[in-house]
Design a protein around this ligand. Structure first.
Ligand code: GLP
Length: 240
């Protein structure tokens, strides 16, 4: 595990360098995309590099997760968010973005189909990650199996509180269920790039880097992966 402590703008550039190096090697790479505020600096940096000629035309992209039950086109569905923040600002074709189908009648079947789509693409080359204040990755809340694959999960009150800012500050408006890649799915990606900034993430970052591997802090599973870049600012690194 490589840990980089630097100001947020530098972290975004470091993460973008990893994406750019991958695309130089493999223009049809498979990127794993995260939502939340942590990767926004990276996405802005990728847009700047795209404007200078970096092409995403052959890239395939997979979302980490999706809310269950938000109607298609809801502005806070992760398909909408990733379309708005990433796809629409790059030359990445709209049909190259894959997101679990949170509107499916048969959610376990949608989860299995998502795993199959990732496998068909040859697996994820570089997975962008944020971390929840409780140490969750994607929507793998504390207690999630470290071997889990894409499935339905129930959000904790803490996560619904944290994400209420996207739903008019109303935790009750945040969906209760999600489809999320499992920890096992995430660990199958070839390179994991995790971004975290701010004091609120300090305990989760401390556990992830220095804590015992445990389902109670799902991000500790990253210690089991051979190629992880943890990119954190001073505040998020405060407990290291
Ligand atoms: C959500 C997402 C996670 C993300 C986390 C942290 O719960 N499902 O993938 O890492 O929020 O979000 P933020 O980066 O906004 O702090």
């Amino acid at each position: 595990m490589q840990v980089v402590i630097a100001p947020a703008e530098e972290l975004a550039r470091t993460a973008a360098d990893a994406v750019e190096e991958l695309l130089a090697r493999r223009p049809d790479a498979v990127l794993g995309l995260a939502t939340g505020s942590s990767p926004l600096g990276l996405y802005d940096e990728l847009v700047r590099r795209h404007e200078r000629g970096l092409s995403f035309a052959r890239v395939r992209a997979f979302s980490l997760d999706e809310y269950v039950g938000l109607p298609a086109g809801h502005p806070q569905s992760y398909r909408s968010v990733l379309t708005r923040e990433v796809v629409a600002r790059l030359d990445l074709p709209a049909d190259a973005l894959h997101v679990p189908d949170g509107t499916a009648d048969d959610l376990p079947a949608a989860a299995a189909a998502y795993e199959a789509a990732i496998a068909d693409a040859g697996g994820v080359d570089l997975q962008v990650l944020g971390i929840g204040t409780d140490g969750h990755l994607a929507f793998n809340e504390p207690g999630s199996s470290l071997a889990s694959r894409t499935r339905v999960k129930t959000l904790t009150a803490q996560t619904r509180h944290d994400n209420a800012r996207f739903f008019d500050d109303d935790p009750d408006a945040v969906p209760r269920h999600v489809l999320t890649q499992g920890i096992g799915t995430i660990l199958a990606a070839r390179h994991l790039v995790l971004l975290a900034t701010g004091r609120a993430k300090a305990e989760a970052v401390h556990q992830m880097v220095e804590g015992a591997v445990s389902a109670l802090w799902p991000a500790t599973a990253l210690q089991l992966h051979p190629h992880v870049s943890v990119l954190v600012d001073e505040a998020a690194a405060a407990r290291l």
